[in-house]
Design a protein around this ligand. Structure first.
Ligand code: BV8
Length: 235
């Protein structure tokens, strides 16, 4: 890369939270190791066995809120860069954890929703939630039970804020993908959109994924992310 980028879009996946102690999705001991995706992360699975889905997310929410889990140096490096960079910066995460916010990131989109939010099926209102909830939990809008679901995007559902994401991708001159296997659409296609606009594309991951980025930096995010973004600030 010759000139300093003016507009950067960053996409993160489960790999950026791995060193904080949150398992990734597809690693052997990963979150879905004990579940079939269609049972816990699809509208059909929720309709078939809501209690299983409530418990799947309650267990992940409890883990996220436990004292063992905190942002790592990759999350902090992104927040620091956002505050010191003099160009445009957007962070898009596929993760439903709140570690980017806790590290200080502000211009952030959770395209797959958030573990600490729930949504009423009737009113579509979204509420913060920091405890277990299930079919018997009353929503504050309807005052009755049986209306609440995790505010998380399941397979077959439309990710959030796609227009804003696509506009940013079409106008960026650098796209950086961090800790994602590139298995899930439409996030897996973001680097193509950026490439069409002649943006430089960079992948920071433990290992190369199948996608053809201009630059691949292999290693743990807590090493590669601070190094990469510090060097960008000095460029
Ligand atoms: C949609 C919320 C229409 C839930 C999630 C057939 C072919 C292609 C596509 C499809 C198909 N059939 C259906 C589809 C579409 C489908 C899809 O892509 N399916 C795949 C599985 C085939 N997608 C959808 O349904 C999406 N919606 O398409 O709507 C549409 C869209 C746009 C416009 C118009 C119409 C909705 C998908 C959302 C699903 N919800 N999450 C929850 O969290 O419980 S997806 C879930 O997977 C998580 O969000 C997760 O982030 C995401 C992706 O996984 P990764 O983050 O990449 O995690 P993974 O474990 O896979 O990889 C970790 C990576 O980190 C690895 O590469 C590893 O090497 C690296 N790593 C590990 N440790 C470290 C590290 N890197 C650095 N440092 C480390 N220490």
């Amino acid at each position: 890369m010759t000139s300093r980028p003016r507009s950067i879009v960053v996409l993160t996946g489960a790999g950026i939270s791995a060193e904080s102690g949150i398992e990734t999705f597809r690693a052997a001991e990963g979150l879905w190791a004990n579940h079939h995706v269609e049972d816990v992360a699809t509208p059909g699975g929720f309709a078939k066995n809501p209690q299983l889905v409530y418990e799947f997310y309650n267990q992940r929410r409890r883990q996220l809120l436990s004292s063992e889990i905190s942002p790592n140096t990759a999350h902090s490096a992104l927040a620091k860069f956002e505050h010191e960079f003099d160009g445009k910066f957007l962070l898009v995460t596929q993760n439903v954890d709140n570690l980017h916010e806790r590290a200080g990131s502000q211009n952030l989109i959770h395209m797959h929703g958030e573990l600490l939010k729930m949504r009423c099926l009737n009113s579509r209102l979204v509420f913060d939630v920091g405890t277990d909830f299930d079919y018997d939990t009353h929503c504050r809008c309807c005052g009755s039970a049986g209306n609440l679901r995790p505010h998380v995007v399941w397979f077959g559902e439309m990710p959030l804020q796609m227009n804003r994401i696509n506009t940013a991708l079409e106008n960026c001159d650098m796209f950086v993908s961090i800790g994602t296997s590139g298995n899930v659409y439409p996030a897996s296609e973001f680097y193509q959109t950026a490439k069409i606009r002649k943006a430089s594309t960079v992948e920071l991951n433990l290992e190369r994924t199948g996608s053809s980025f201009d630059q691949h930096v292999c290693g743990p995010a807590t090493e590669s992310v601070p190094q990469f973004f510090e060097s960008l600030l000095r460029s």
